[in-house]
Ligand binder design. Structure first.
Ligand SMILES: Nc1ncnc2c1ncn2[C@@H]1O[C@H](COP(=O)(O)OP(=O)(O)OP(=O)(O)O)[C@@H](O)[C@H]1O
Length: 594
């Protein structure tokens, strides 16, 4: 360590302290922002210590990484010589950094931005076994960025609105051997569709009493999901363009608990395999996307639709062919992983060099990351590295790419806003009440179904075990059913969740639905109350206005009377004016005297 520190100081003296400070937004144009790059060093693994490895990485001032190359023990000429290289990033985390610290520094601002209607992406990059999944997913005791981001998101939403205005949609997919798979409802591979214009628009076809009266087309800046909404008289079509995985499940999520269950389900479906470098190596790139959509009113009472998207990406590890000892399936996986990471590095190179053509189409991964790398998005890259000198090559490679990624510019994002010009009318409010009632009804039905499921599970657990039938004894175990099925689950995060019984999951879902039903009922009450309050206010205004009208009428009548009446002298000598209304409708009381 002393030697490392001395080398670092020497480097600092030679090149000056300024050389150690990363260039702060060099030559950024007004509407540009750059990718923020962070580095995290994991602790030395037991296996590495046992193999006698030495630490070749040092984090200085929580920002700089100093990488040392030790001369080979057989290289007698250079035995005592050290070579070092210095890298500077937006922040660097030593092996002692906590998950919360990593989350707060790298991602919490993105979560805030997503709630303002902006897009954000976080991706972990690094060699196999460098700690990407630990950073992204973590363990039950130390949850990672994905879990902390979702918790933070829901707690921020709760603080902002109690009226259920925010709608959260969730999707989780993996890219395995160049095929895209839905992790939330596994099935056939998904097809990626690309459209040159990454926009989304809503078409509203308007009918009044079955008569077509017009078309409303409004553009959204960013694709969200595909939905068809058909209330009584209006058909509203939300059409998506940009890169989409056709058929990908978009779950509407109501609470953190629910998202956690979905995340656990997704991770169980993710492809992991033991390799020599990592016991539970992720063999696929996983992308969790959270879309938050909500409406706000501006000063002119226009309704503004805001959409923010957060993509959290755990890439598969880059690896040398020799680092994994299996051939066949594993080597094919490795080749595909390397190919997609190579495509990613080509895109990074093209973006840094400002080329017009960026080869996103070279792999499924880069197609899916197009938004994060070159689109209107705030992007964060976390490069994970091992401190062991046995992984020097991989670490150097990762640091090289992380250093290069600092140069990528993305367009500064404006909030994804969609102005809904339709003012809130009586019919809109009635529609809202109907929608809420419908949703409430659906949730109640879902609740009943879940209750039923729970009862069945409880009954099953109480029933005495049945002897195995002849057919079940003969049937093959389910693990060998599909070649692509995951053979091992992740030891940390998932293993703990697997012990959780299905009954627990159902109970959590029931609790979530019950909470949602309650929230909906409160919301419904609020809307109804608001509605009757507004009606009452309207009545008051009408009453006040009619009073004003009648007073004004009286006044104008008197003005006319006063102008037309002749002046007469009364018996007591005072001058009076009198006028008899000639209009037949005027009542006799309107004979006025002053
Ligand atoms: N910061 C850390 N603190 C403690 N343990 C860590 C840390 N980072 C990684 N580990 C441990 O190191 C091992 C490898 O980490 P992980 O599975 O996250 O690597 P990976 O980069 O995702 O690898 P692969 O690309 O093969 O999936 C795991 O056992 C993990 O628990």
């Amino acid at each position: 360590m002393k030697a490392l520190l001395a080398l670092y100081e020497k480097h600092k003296q030679k090149h000056g302290a300024a050389a150690l400070i990363p260039p702060k937004n060099p030559s950024l144009k007004a509407n540009e922002t750059r990718i923020l790059v962070f580095v995290r060093v994991r602790p030395l693994a037991k296996k590495e210590t046992e193999a006698g490895s030495r630490c070749c990485v040092r984090v200085v001032d929580r920002r700089d990484v100093f990488l040392t190359e030790f001369a080979s023990e057989k290289d007698y000429l250079r035995l005592k010589r050290l070579r070092g290289r210095h890298f500077a990033f937006d922040a660097s985390f030593p092996d002692s950094a906590s998950q919360q610290e990593v989350y707060s520094t790298t991602t919490s601002e993105l979560v805030e931005a997503v709630l303002q209607g902006r897009n954000g992406s976080v991706f972990c990059y690094g060699a196999t076994g460098a700690g990407k999944t630990y950073t992204m997913l973590g363990t039950v005791e130390s949850p990672g960025v994905m879990v902390l981001a979702i918790k933070d998101l829901f707690s921020k939403i709760r603080m902002r609105s109690c009226d259920g205005n925010h709608v959260v949609h969730l999707s989780y997919l993996e890219v395995y051997n160049e095929t895209v798979r839905d992790l939330l409802s596994p099935g056939r591979p998904l097809i990626l569709r690309e459209d040159k214009q990454a926009t989304c628009f809503t078409i509203q076809i308007k009918y009044i009493e079955n008569e077509f009266v017009g078309l409303d087309i409004s553009y959204l800046c960013h694709p969200v999901n595909c939905s068809i909404n058909s209330p009584d008289s209006n058909l509203s079509l939300k059409i998506l363009t940009g890169i989409i995985a056709a058929g990908l499940t978009q779950y509407r999520a109501y609470s953190t608990d629910e998202v956690m269950i979905l995340l656990q389900q997704g991770n169980k479906n993710r492809t992991t395999e033991p390799t020599r470098a990592n016991e539970t190596s992720s063999r696929s790139h996983a992308i969790l996307q959270v879309v938050v959509e909500y409406q706000v009113k501006d000063a002119a009472m226009n309704i503004i639709n805001k959409i923010g998207k957060l993509s959290l990406i755990d890439l598969a590890g880059s690896e040398r062919a020799l680092a994994t000892d299996q051939r066949t399936v594993r080597s094919l996986e490795g080749a595909n992983i390397n190919r997609s990471l190579l495509a990613l590095s080509s895109c990074i190179n093209a973006l840094v060099e400002g080329k017009k053509h960026i080869p996103y189409r070279n792999s499924k991964l880069t197609q899916l990351l197009k938004d994060s790398l070159g689109g209107t998005c705030n992007t964060v890259m976390i490069a994970n590295i091992s401190p062991s000198n046995l992984s020097f090559g991989e670490t150097q490679n990762t640091l090289h790419w992380a250093d290069r990624a600092k140069e990528i510019r993305t367009k500064a994002t404006n909030a994804n806003e969609d102005l809904l010009s339709v003012p809130e009318t009586e019919t809109d409010r009635a529609k809202l009440v109907l929608d809420l009632q419908k949703e409430n009804c659906e949730l109640r039905m879902q609740l009943a179904r879940q209750h039923q499921k729970l009862m069945t599970l409880q009954a099953e657990s109480l029933a005495p075990p049945t002897p195995p039938s002849a057919t079940s004894l003969l049937s093959t175990p389910p693990t060998s059913a599909r070649p692509n099925e995951k053979l091992r689950t992740r030891s940390s995060f998932i293993a703990a969740t697997e012990t959780k019984s299905k009954g627990d999951e159902v109970a959590v879902t029931i609790r979530t639905i019950q909470q949602r039903v309650k929230a909906l009922e409160a919301e419904l009450e609020k809307v109804k109350k608001n509605h009757s309050l507004q009606l009452k206010q309207k009545d008051d205004v009408i009453r006040e206005l009619s009073q004003k009208v009648s007073t004004a009428k009286k006044r104008s009548f008197w003005d006319i009377t006063a102008a037309n009446s002749p002046s007469v002298t009364t018996l007591n000598g005072r001058k009076t004016r009198s006028h008899v209304i000639s209009e037949p409708t005027a009542p006799s009381s309107m004979l006025l005297q002053v």
